[in-house]
Design a protein around this ligand. Structure first.
Ligand code: FAD
Length: 409
């Protein structure tokens, strides 16, 4: 019986262990925290967005996917496969606009299902066991493990599933990068992704707590690169919320290389600029007896209304007939193109994933290392990150299943 060591018991590690054990291997699963699957419990605000029906490589980013590995992985194990995999473990799913959740919308039932399957397959779980090094030896690998005691374990195949650096308190502290590096692998610089973006503009403190449906356009060195729509959250440091997260990977990488980053917020995304202009002009004509702030009441959040007026240099109680003649045009310009210069980003403690990691160009279609045969990678430790919506767990599960199965061939 082939002996497979899986390092890291997150989503990818548990899937890899199940897949290798189902293929007939004797599997050891090492986890340095006191229990498996800590991060899984946080996913989807505790509801666990398992995958997404709209699946394709366009929902992922990688700096090293020269061979189309992402496409190959999700073709070989796609959203339907994830739904079937969990269905067989007793997890009935629900579809919320393409996002797939367990029916009770609790992450704990997903973790329990995985744990029950690990137990049924007699996977040997070793918690409080940190793999500190992996050495190549004849017929396999020797792992150094640090826990209550220090010891070594041999395995014919090893799957590194250590995740990235996001939310280090769950155990993902970049340990996998060190192990990969020692075995000769190149790293694409890890950076936080799916995270908030910081601005130094003075008004964010006053706007903190405001939520608004918006369209965000990301400009890097003056050029529009990406856009994302959804609920924007304004915070005391800048912008957050899913639409911010989805453009944050590109923004963070641009800031890291010293580029100028700006986000243009459209607070009336359902209106074209000319429709918005006409609507605002008519609205103000009809509400002539009101002061400036009252004219905006019912249009945007009160804190935003006041901020828009401030940016135009207009006092909130200015009567309609004293407002500048181009008031509606100027307001339209601001609400359709509210410019936020981005100076920094929230770190790993607030990020949901890590962009960068082990270069995809250095692993084969079966996720085996091209440099070190018998060594496999799965999940976020690899240089691939998805947008919000179930893509990162899909990547973790798909890689785990493929690597686990392949490790036993
Ligand atoms: C708050 C939050 C919400 C999220 N929500 C969603 C969502 O709803 N849907 C979605 O698709 N994605 C979501 N994600 C992203 C998703 O959770 C991750 O991409 C995914 O869990 C990565 O799985 P992984 O197995 O690759 O890594 P991880 O889950 O990070 O697991 C790695 C494991 O390896 C262990 N480890 C590390 N080094 C060692 C070592 N040397 N020895 C032993 N053990 C080690 C760690 O302790 C950890 O348990 C969310 C992330 C966060 C933080």
């Amino acid at each position: 019986m082939k002996k497979v060591a899986v390092i890291g018991a997150g989503a990818s590690g548990m899937a890899a262990a199940i897949s290798a054990a189902r293929s007939g291997a004797s599997v050891f699963l090492f986890e340095h925290k006191d229990r498996v699957g800590k991060k899984l419990l946080l996913t989807g605000n505790g509801k666990c967005n398992l995958t997404n029906i709209k699946m394709g490589p366009e929902y992922f980013h990688s700096g090293s996917d020269v061979d189309g590995l992402i496409k190959s992985v999700i073709r070989r194990f796609g959203a339907e496969d994830t739904i079937r995999f969990f269905g067989e473990l007793g997890i009935y799913t629900r579809n919320r606009s393409g996002r797939i959740y367990p029916y009770p919308e609790t992450a704990s039932c997903v973790l329990d299902a995985l744990r029950l399957e690990l137990r049924r397959l007699e996977v040997k779980e070793r918690v409080l066991s940190r793999v500190t090094s992996i050495k190549r030896v004849k017929d396999g690998f020797e792992l150094a493990i640090k826990g209550e005691r220090q010891y070594t374990e041999r395995a014919e195949k090893v799957i590194i599933c250590c995740g990235g650096k996001a939310k280090p308190e769950t155990g993902s502290d970049g340990g996998g990068y060190k192990l990969a590096g020692e075995l000769g692998h190149k790293l694409i610089k890890p950076l936080p992704a799916l995270t908030g973006l910081k601005s130094e503009l003075p008004f964010f403190k006053a706007l903190s707590g405001v939520r608004a449906d918006a369209l965000l356009r990301l400009f890097i060195d003056g050029e529009e690169r990406e856009s994302s729509a959804g609920e924007l959250q304004l915070t005391d440091y800048g912008i957050s919320g899913i639409c911010t997260f989805d453009i944050s990977g590109s923004a963070v990488r641009a800031l890291d290389r010293g580029s100028r980053v700006e986000v243009s917020v459209d607070f009336m995304p359902e209106f074209t600029p000319s429709q918005a202009g006409v609507y605002l002009k008519n609205r103000f004509e009809n509400l002539k007896d009101r002061g400036a702030a009252e004219l905006l009441n019912g249009l945007f959040h009160k804190k935003l209304n006041l901020q828009f007026l401030k940016l135009m240099g207009i006092r909130e109680n200015t009567p309609y007939n004293e407002l500048p003649s181009d008031f509606s045009e100027r307001l339209c310009g601001i609400v359709k193109d509210f410019k936020v210069s981005i100076k920094d980003y929230m770190g790993y403690d607030r990020a949901q994933v890590t962009s960068g990691g082990v270069a995809l160009s250095e692993v084969s279609e079966t996720l085996e290392s091209k440099l070190c045969p018998g060594l496999f990678f799965a999940g976020e430790v690899l240089d691939a990150d998805g947008i919000c919506g179930g893509y990162n767990l899909q990547w973790a599960f798909a890689c785990g299943i493929i690597a686990g199965r392949s490790s036993v061939l």
